[in-house]
Write a protein that binds this ligand. Structure first.
Ligand SMILES: NC(=O)C1=CN([C@@H]2O[C@H](COP(=O)(O)OP(=O)(O)OC[C@H]3O[C@@H](n4cnc5c(N)ncnc54)[C@H](OP(=O)(O)O)[C@@H]3O)[C@@H](O)[C@H]2O)C=CC1
Ligand SMILES: O=C1O[C@H](COP(=O)(O)O)[C@@H](O)[C@H](O)[C@H]1O
Length: 522
């Protein structure tokens, strides 16, 4: 295994009870994350993982499933598993049907048995199962006494958190009957991404940005989260969700909050969350007419011959999708944050499946110079950009203008770039699990964030349902419907290109622009 950047310190003694232990998320993300933590001595000696699901498994069979998951999804080889026998000692399994009281009693007994080794009876429950179980399982955990312990009792809950404000509120009320707000850890895995967390540091640890971080210097902000994959095997969930609920309500708005929030008075969890939530309070809400003006929705069709999407089916041809589906697989939106800092600055978001590239990037475009003393071939000086590369490459660059070497006054765009090794950095789930173990909920969503995000999204979903924003189409392997470009162009801007994993592509693009630049004497 390659050397991995470390997160410091040992998690406290506890028992992690994982509901949905045989599921896709557990296998793909959670076991690799936990094994990495074990390998890096971040887990205390007295720590166990109790897997639960409906199927009957012996501890040995569970251990063997976890081992297989590490090999299949954990980027690990047999050689990397030399420590696995030690890790396996931490694993136990208990069959639990979500609606069977006796199963919870047996689970409680197993947890108590593990705690007889003298560990502090801290308990962390992770609900990695279908959302319809979240409320009932949380209540059952409380009803059988599992959440009453002299140690901590925390609940990690997966997405989606409701499908609108009303259902989210009902779910929240159920959870709150069983756990206190400060013990509920609502996962948004984008908040566990290194570069999303880094936004705070870039903004609040560099004096050069704060004076410019406002509507006097920033012209617009563009946030793209594009995927090349289609709906895969998740049609039953995605058909009822669409890109608006799946990505905009949570991940995209979280990135908006991180970019737009005021500096917190201190780097304390609630101080940070208080500032984030103020952004949502200032977010302009849209009625049906505004949705048409500010939101574009699209659905992918089969990829065109000769294009990157060649041979890819359209959304309506995907397994499990309704042949007349009206579900959007793409959303672009123009948002406004009506406060002193951001009044008049459009925030453009776009996200979708089966797009040209897998990339999450945030582009901050600065205002033009008040007067253009130089001009390039296009007759205009390019604006300065600060680009935060979230995924799959991690880093940032600033696009500046500089004199083209060897010329008298030609101006060319150059990039000052920083990139970090994304392959060996801890994954989002590892950071978030570790935070929950240590009781740090900074990068989890608080109820008021979730509720305000739904209150912003609900009228848009309603307008979609009522046909107030037409469902457009885009070919698989492209950048979405043309109207997503029009949304930005009507303000006199354009989407800046985003890049994939290859960091050299930024330089290549700038070199292309530089090569096009004619020498001009000012
Ligand atoms: N998969 C992913 O990449 C991602 C998933 N998520 C979220 O994570 C959660 C889990 O998703 P995923 O792992 O894909 O789902 P899966 O369908 O793959 O797994 C569901 C798990 O729940 C168990 N289960 C199903 N029914 C019951 C029941 N009645 N009682 C007890 N256990 C039950 C299943 O095991 P058994 O059949 O043995 O009971 C299985 O372990 C969802 O909320 C999803 O939105 C979020 C981001 C990414
Ligand atoms: O939560 C989700 O996120 C993924 C995209 O995550 P990323 O880390 O790969 O950018 C998306 O595919 C999925 O539909 C959504 O539920």
């Amino acid at each position: 295994m390659n050397e991995i950047h470390t997160i410091e310190g040992l998690a406290p003694e506890h028992t992690l009870v994982l509901f949905g232990a045989t599921g896709d998320l557990a296998r793909r993300k959670l076991y690799p994350a936990l094994y990495h933590m074990h390998m890096r001595d971040m887990l205390p000696e007295r720590f166990s993982i109790v897997g639960t699901a409906r199927r009957a498994l012996t501890d040995e069979a569970f251990v063997s499933e976890v081992r297989q998951a590490l090999l299949t999804y954990g980027k690990l080889s047999e050689q990397d598993l030399t420590d696995f026998p030690d890790f396996a000692k931490r694993l136990r399994y208990q069959a639990v049907h979500a609606d069977r009281k006796d199963d919870y009693a047996a689970l409680h007994e197993l947890v108590r048995e593990l705690e007889r080794d003298g560990r502090t009876p801290n308990r962390l429950f992770y609900l990695a199962m279908a959302p319809e179980f979240f409320g009932d399982v949380a209540l059952s955990i409380a009803a059988c006494g599992l959440s009453q312990s002299p140690g901590f009792c925390r609940l990690i809950i997966e997405k989606p958190f409701g499908r609108d404000f009303e259902t989210a509120q009902a779910l929240n009320e159920q959870l709150r009957q069983a756990f206190a707000e400060e013990d509920i850890y609502r996962i948004d895995h984008y908040l566990g991404k290194e570069m999303v967390q880094n936004i705070e540091v870039i903004r609040f640890a560099n004096s050069m940005f704060e004076p410019l971080w406002n509507n006097r210097s920033i012209a617009n902000v563009q946030i793209t989260s594009s995927e090349t994959v289609g709906v895969e095997d998740r049609a039953s969930y995605y058909e009822g969700a669409g890109a608006l609920r799946d990505m905009v309500q949570n991940h995209m708005l979280q990135m908006v909050m991180m970019i737009a929030m005021e500096p917190p008075s201190r780097l304390k969890t609630e101080a940070i969350r208080d500032e984030k939530v103020k952004v949502l309070r200032s977010l302009r809400r849209y009625g049906p007419h505004d949705v048409k003006e500010n939101v574009v929705r699209g659905q992918y069709t089969a990829g065109a011959e000769g294009e990157k999407g060649q041979g890819l089916p359209g959304y309506r041809q995907e397994h499990g999708v309704n042949a007349a589906s009206q579900t959007e697989t793409f959303v672009a939106a123009r948002l406004f944050i009506d406060n002193f800092r951001w009044a008049g600055v459009p925030f453009y978001l776009r996200t979708g499946k089966r797009m040209a590239l897998k990339s999450t990037e945030i582009v901050i475009q600065f205002r033009d110079m008040p007067r253009d003393l130089y001009f390039n071939r296009d007759g205009q000086l390019g604006p300065n950009l600060l680009v935060i590369r979230v995924n799959p490459a991690e880093g940032m660059y600033m696009q500046l203008n500089a004199k083209k070497p060897g010329t008298e006054g030609s101006v060319v765009p150059i990039a000052m770039e920083f990139s970090q090794d994304a392959d060996n950095a801890p994954e989002a789930y590892e950071r978030l699990l570790y935070d929950a173990m240590r009781g740090d909920s900074t990068f989890f969503t608080r109820w008021d964030e979730v509720s305000l995000a739904w209150k912003f999204v609900d009228p848009i979903a309603e307008a979609f349902r009522e046909g107030d924003a037409p469902l457009e189409t885009y070919e698989a392997g492209t950048w979405g419907p043309d109207s997503a470009n029009a949304l930005v162009e009507k303000d006199g801007y354009r989407w800046w290109p985003v890049y994939g994993k290859d960091t050299s592509s930024v330089e290549d693009e700038l070199l292309r622009q530089q090569a096009r630049t004619l020498e001009v004497t000012p």
